[in-house]
Design a binder for this molecule. Sequence first.
Ligand code: GLP
Length: 236
Amino acid sequence: MEVIIVETPLDGAKEAFDIFARVKRLGGKVFGLATGSTPIELYQLLTESDLDFSDCVSVNLDEYVGLSPNDEHSYRYFMNEQLFTAKPFKESFVPNGLAPEDIEIARYEQVLADNPIDLQLLGLGSNAHIGFNEPGTGFQERTHKVHLTESTINANKRFFENEEDVPRYAYSMGPASIMDAKEIVLMAFGEAKAQAVKDMIEGEVTPAVPASILQNHEQVTIIIDQAAAKLLADIE
Ligand code: GLP
């Protein structure tokens, strides 16, 4: 794992942007994308850049079950707003939250088989989840239906009018699908992520800390700010 500690989230977004630009320059065609507030500045930089993704494919990590792609709380809607409308890809895959479980899981696994990911972008949940893989998810899991934990529902309720409106289930690429990516970049900013960052980088590799599986990947860059880095042993 390479760990880059930056001053501000915008500096972190610039680091991640450079990785996207390098992978693109070297011929990368498939980009795994993430939602959440963390990647928004990166998506802004990509949008403003002259990088052209019209010959590339994007594959998103996850989607809420039960939300239509047109629902403003859906991850498809978020991606359209934050990136795809302004910076289109040849094709952009996001799980379909309205499709039945068996059909959608088979479809998405086929999408991943047909489009091996060159660079996967990740955020980090405060309980160290990646995608929507909550603590306890088997590392061998591929795309699957997830029952979201209370802490994730709590963290995400800020995007909804009422907590009851936050979906309880999601479709998510699993740890094994994420680990298939040739390269991974994870961004995490702010003190609320500090414990998860420490557990991910310095802790035991265990399903109790989903992001700890990244210790087993050959090409991972972790981009964090000082606040997210504050519990790391090597940091003063
Ligand atoms: C959600 C997403 C994750 C994301 C996490 C952190 O749970 N499914 O992919 O990493 O939120 O979100 P944020 O970046 O807003 O802290």
